[in-house]
Design a protein around this ligand. Structure first.
Ligand code: FAD
Length: 619
């Protein structure tokens, strides 16, 4: 039983990694604890949201599964920040967790070159600082040319509910104890992080009359950037309620048994997704916190109360739920809990996600200190691609910060490491005007095709879309509107005022109040055959042309830094003029490029100049 690539873990990182490697022609094996849990959403059944949706669309643009599965399983879709600029707009879907799992599973099961096997991996086979296989719980030795670990929250996982704690990978699943021990013995720098989940509620026991309905957007948007023919299932509403002073009193009284506040939990939790007890303590002046009551699916009554993740004892969880309007008689189907787990310092990884000390071993997902399905899936895809390239003896694919959120994510991780679970935000991307979710395919699909990730059908759809955008742009460039030829009422209706000189339609589209749709109602604008996606691109590209061009000039200035490699063997103590602190940091983290070195905290522009001089001298 020999494989090119073994992927360990059937979560969001593992499935994208395995699918990508197999699509690139590698004989791939996905080993996971339980085949039934492939694609399982451990926590909130939702995909996307601010920053995260950009990653989903990039995964989609590279032929990955997450966006398609979310389209197939989404029971409520919304575009967040829809009134703001296109750079920060974000699609979010509430998913039916069973349909989502099915959508991922069917892609895994039907992927050529990919085999699946239910086995826990307990150890790695290492020969001469290179991984050559794994050893499973049954002591099966399976050899491969590269291994990708995507074991999520399972490494030495410890769940907490009040004073009770038990070993688990997540509720209902065993932890990975032996593998965690082995990895620590291999001297990967490790730490502990924690995350939590709220109790689930039986929707039949909620009083909907006291809740505010939150319907999804109509028409519902999609994640996939090409028309795949996938139609969303029936769309349903979410509901909103709030905590109140009584809830907060119950929580404060319950803190005596809270593992978070009694020091039982050592791991650091996600600052942006705190537990309800954390919120009540940290924001003590707030009188209430919003709760979204989100259905877990079309075929279940279970509701996910988003906003009250907790590890308080179960009796306190019952009381706090019953204190909330609409939930006075709610029945809890599953208790909330927190989980602590091992992660490994991602600064020990190359930009390809291969570990620095063991060749051909890749880490992706929560194991690298991130949180979230989207962050995991994006890393999984990249690790799958780079493991495949490694066994095919090709150069790694290293997306840069100006090309993709995927580049931002990986650069942040391998350069700065994490001090808390890392989640993606649009604010992390300095080039966000060009890294929009709407143009993920225009940025990445061509690369995906070269890598072997994009099938003919997707490539044809993408090429047609690209051609249609160019054609429409040329058409708008070629149509001129002359002063005096435009009826005044049309000029005022569409443009807000008359025109004083000759304009092309592209120039008019650049005006803040003019949309593509209104422009098309102008006499002489001609017949548009552009689809909604094509029209959106034409409009955004026209309006933001100047800003995007300026960002591209900045990218070109930075390119010199990003493309200047720092040799592995460089001893930074030999670089004249560098402070001890900078020498130490550079020796410890061994950045791969000058650009990466410049983003390490404490490495000043002056230090970068000294490094450049040192490189020029041939060190
Ligand atoms: P996972 O989805 O955890 O998948 C790991 C896979 O590896 C599983 O299939 C497992 O069976 C398998 N596996 C593990 N060890 C082995 C082994 N030794 N051999 C074989 N297979 C193995 N994210 C958020 O963004 N916000 C939240 O609020 C949030 N709350 C969470 C609360 C809880 C209680 C949990 C458990 C998770 C939460 N998450 C949250 C995190 C989210 O679930 C993860 O970010 C995401 O699932 C990570 O994906 P992954 O692929 O890295 O790992």
């Amino acid at each position: 039983m020999d494989f090119d690539i073994i992927v360990v873990g059937g979560g969001h990182a593992g499935t994208e990694a395995a699918l990508a490697a197999a699509r690139m022609g590698c004989k791939t094996l996905l080993l996971t604890h339980n085949i039934e849990t492939i694609g399982q959403m451990s926590c909130n059944p939702s995909i996307g949201g601010i920053g995260k949706s950009h990653l989903v669309k990039e995964i989609d643009a590279l032929g990955g599964a997450m966006g398609l599965a979310a389209d197939e399983a989404g029971i409520q879709f919304r575009v967040l920040n829809s009134s703001k600029g296109p750079a920060v707009r974000a699609t979010r879907a509430q998913a039916d967790r069973v349909l989502y799992k099915q959508a991922i599973c069917s892609r895994v099961e039907n992927q050529p070159n990919l085999r699946v096997m239910q086995q826990a991996v307990d150890d790695l086979i290492i020969e001469q600082d290179r991984v050559v296989g794994v050893i499973t719980q049954l002591q099966l030795k399976i050899r491969a040319r590269a291994v990708i670990l995507t074991v999520g929250t399972f490494l030495a996982g410890l769940a907490h509910i009040g004073k009770t704690h038990f070993k688990a990978g997540r509720a209902g699943d065993p932890p990975s104890i032996t593998l965690a021990q082995r990895l620590r013995e291999m001297e990967f720098p490790a730490g502990r992080l924690k995350t939590g989940t709220p109790p689930r509620i039986d929707g039949r026991s909620m009083d909907y009359a006291k809740l505010l309905e939150q319907p999804g957007d109509q028409p519902a948007p999609s994640f996939s950037l090409i028309d795949t023919g996938i139609r969303h299932p029936r769309q349903i509403s979410c509901w909103i309620t709030h905590t109140n002073a009584e809830t907060h009193d119950i929580i404060r009284d319950g803190l005596v048994d809270s593992p978070l506040f009694t020091g039982k939990i050592e791991g650091v939790g996600p600052r942006y997704c705190p537990s309800i007890e954390d919120k009540v303590v940290r924001f003590s002046a707030r009188e209430s916190h919003q709760i979204f009551l989100e259905p877990e699916g079309l075929g279940t009554h279970e509701i996910y109360p988003n906003g009250i993740s907790t590890s308080l004892s179960f009796d306190v969880q019952v009381k706090l739920i019953h204190s909330i309007a609409g939930l006075e008689n709610a029945h809890i189907t599953r208790p909330g809990y927190a989980i602590e787990y091992d992660y490994f310092d991602p600064r020990n990884l190359k930009r390809s996600l291969e570990t620095k000390n063991i060749g051909n071993l890749f880490f992706a997902g929560q194991i690298n200190g991130t949180t979230g399905y989207e962050e995991a899936a994006a890393q999984g895809l990249l690790a799958g691609v780079n493991a495949a390239l490694k066994v095919q003896e090709k150069e790694a694919w290293l997306p840069q910060r100006h090309e993709a959120y995927l580049g931002v994510l990986v650069d942040d991780l391998v350069t700065s490491g994490v001090t808390e679970p890392y989640r993606m935000f649009t604010s992390r991307a300095e080039y966000r005007l060009q890294l929009r979710e709407d143009n993920a395919d225009l940025r990445l699909t061509e690369t995906g095709r070269k890598l072997g990730l994009i099938d003919d059908q997707r490539w044809e759809a993408f090429s047609n879309k690209q051609e249609a955008i160019e054609k429409e742009q040329q058409r708008l460039d070629s149509i001129r509107v002359l002063p005096g030829t435009l009826p005044e009422q049309d000029a005022i209706r569409v443009l807000g005022k008359g025109i004083e000189r000759e304009y092309t339609l592209t120039e008019l589209l650049k005006r803040p109040d003019v949309t593509y749709a209104t422009l098309m109602t102008l006499p002489g604008a001609g017949e548009s055959v552009a689809s909604a996606q094509v029209a959106e691109q034409v409009e955004i590209q026209a309006k933001y042309h100047g800003y995007i061009q300026r960002q591209q000039e900045e990218v070109s200035r930075q390119a010199q830094y990003e493309n200047t490699l720092l040799p592995k063997e460089i001893d930074y103590c030999m670089v004249k003029g560098l402070s001890n602190e900078v020498q130490q940091k550079l020796n410890q983290h061994k950045p791969e490029t000058i650009g990466q070195a410049s983003r390490i905290s404490g490495v000043t522009p002056a230090a970068i100049s000294l490094l450049l001089v040192h490189l020029k001298r041939g060190f």
